[in-house]
Design a protein around this ligand. Sequence first.
Ligand SMILES: [Zn+2]
Length: 71
Amino acid sequence: MIACTNCETAQFLQITQSRVYFEDGEMINEISETYECTLCGATGQYVYDDDRDEETVTGEVEHTTERPKYA
Ligand SMILES: [Zn+2]
């Protein structure tokens, strides 16, 4: 999951932009999501590359495997 590095929670994050890139008109090749924290205003981007099975996180968000603190 994606969490705000300032607030250390994903509770206030919202996706402001989401794009899915296709290859050969059918396969999902890359997913790009832009996040904004509604609490502190931080922004960041999450990109998943299906070809390399690689996740990239930039900006003021972080990728965490922790379970949500607030379900
Ligand atoms: Zn925040």
